[in-house]
Design a protein around this ligand. Structure first.
Ligand SMILES: *Cc1c(COP(=O)(O)O)cnc(C)c1O
Length: 398
């Protein structure tokens, strides 16, 4: 499904930005439209995705996990095996290529957990672009390892000390940089969020996940899967998996948000489950806000899902019923992390562990599902220190 000319999916999306950003956004949009039609751009990107990022990532039949959960066939789309350890590089390779085509020498990005920062720093290093990443100082302290990774890749990490000193403040600061430097600088957005054309463009770059899945499932069965399941932070790994199946109404979509300590506690980041429409970071979409329109503080065990808004296309999917959105709590995510380690020897990122942790509930509630594809958006190495504190006696169970 395409957004309309003004960048709307139904009522959601658009471009709610200061005047000074309109021209740069149009420049990005036109460059992307040209690139999409240009066989040499597509060839260059596909070549990088294959030879640099390691695509196609496997679609793995998780036989042990399937048996443990009662028999429905569960397939894992292994984005954890992508270079740098998550799906994020699919997008930053695309955007940095586009930056280079536009003749920009510099790329900037925002990051929360640091994963998008690392992916931008990586693509920037590969393509010889100068790179600056805005990061809340609170997040820098929590994600010190990723800060070091970015700096090792030659990127300048800029601390943001305003507001809650987390992702949403970093985005504001990065926009401010862009207004001042737009002639030389490309803004690389980390998810299907922000003003048009980003939600659409990032979705297109991530759709490689769903396109490969549609092809790879045929190695196992003759038809499409019954359901697709993915975690939703800003919504890029999920939208990348879902979008190529949009017209196939028989394939059900389930987006799993961060339920934190539980929706009743208010300490969560489950925007589509518990939010209301509003404007954040240049788009009209579901956001977590109080009755005065102030953005509410969020919580999740996984930094990558800890964001108070969501991509506008997901808001449209939610209202139209194309996808169902649910929340998995911190403890369900830890349970999912443990379950996948134990049954398949795969250490999932805490973000992806939300999707795994939701599976027992999904399969109990939908007995007719026979084959389910789960997007394993990233690997868990980055979360080991945090989990070690939570699960001190791990390793003695077998
Ligand atoms: C960033 C991240 C997410 C959340 O972002 P989406 O845009 O919702 O995909 C999920 N999983 C991993 C491993 C991530 O790094």
């Amino acid at each position: 499904m395409l957004p309309d000319r003004r960048g709307y999916f139904g009522p959601y999306g658009g471009r709610f930005v200061p005047e000074t950003l309109l021209a740069p956004l149009v420049e990005v949009e036109e460059a992307f439209r040209r690139a999409q039609k240009d066989p040499s751009f597509r060839r260059e990107l596909n070549d990088l995705l294959h030879r640099y990022a390691g695509r196609p990532t496997p679609l793995f039949f998780a036989k042990n996990l399937s048996r443990r959960l009662g028999g429905a066939k569960i397939f894992l789309k292994r984005e954890d095996l992508c270079h740098t350890g998550s799906h994020k590089l699919n997008n930053t390779l695309g955007q940095c290529l586009l930056a280079r085509r536009l003749g920009k020498k510099r790329v900037i990005a925002e990051t929360g957990a640091g994963q998008h920062g690392v992916a931008t720093a990586t693509a920037g290093a590969l393509m010889g672009l100068q790179c600056a990443v805005y990061m809340g100082s609170e997040d820098m302290a929590r994600q010190a390892l990723n800060v070091f990774r970015m700096r090792s890749l030659g990127t300048r990490v800029v601390p943001v000390n305003s507001g809650s000193r987390t992702l949403k403040d970093a985005i504001n600061e990065a926009f401010r940089d862009w207004v001042a430097t737009v002639n030389t600088t490309f803004y690389a957005m980390g998810s299907v969020v922000g003003p048009h054309p980003y939600p659409w463009m990032v979705r297109e770059f991530q759709s490689v996940i769903g396109r490969e899945t549609a092809r790879q499932i045929r190695e196992y069965q003759s038809g499409d899967p019954d359901a697709l399941v993915a975690c939703v932070g800003g919504g890029s790994n999920s939208m990348g998996l879902f979008a190529p199946f949009y017209e196939k109404r028989r394939v059900k979509f389930f987006g799993v948000e961060a339920g934190g300590k539980g929706l009743m506690t208010g300490r969560h980041a489950a925007t589509l489950c518990a939010g209301t429409p509003g404007i954040l970071h240049g788009a009209y979409t579901y956001v977590l806000q109080d009755k005065h329109g102030q953005i509410r503080p969020t919580h999740s065990i996984s930094a990558g899902l800890d964001y108070p808004a969501v991509g506008p296309e997901h808001s449209f999917y939610r209202d139209s019923g194309r996808a169902e959105y649910v929340a998995a709590t911190d403890s369900e995510a830890v349970e999912g992390f443990r379950l996948l380690n134990e049954t398949e020897g795969i250490t999932a990122a805490l973000e992806s562990a939300h999707a795994i942790g939701y599976l027992p509930r999904l399969l109990r509630g939908h007995r007719s599902l026979k084959s389910v594809v789960v997007c394993l958006s990233g690997r868990g190495d980055k979360d080991m220190a945090q989990l070690q504190d939570l699960l001190p006696s791990e390793g003695a169970s077998r």
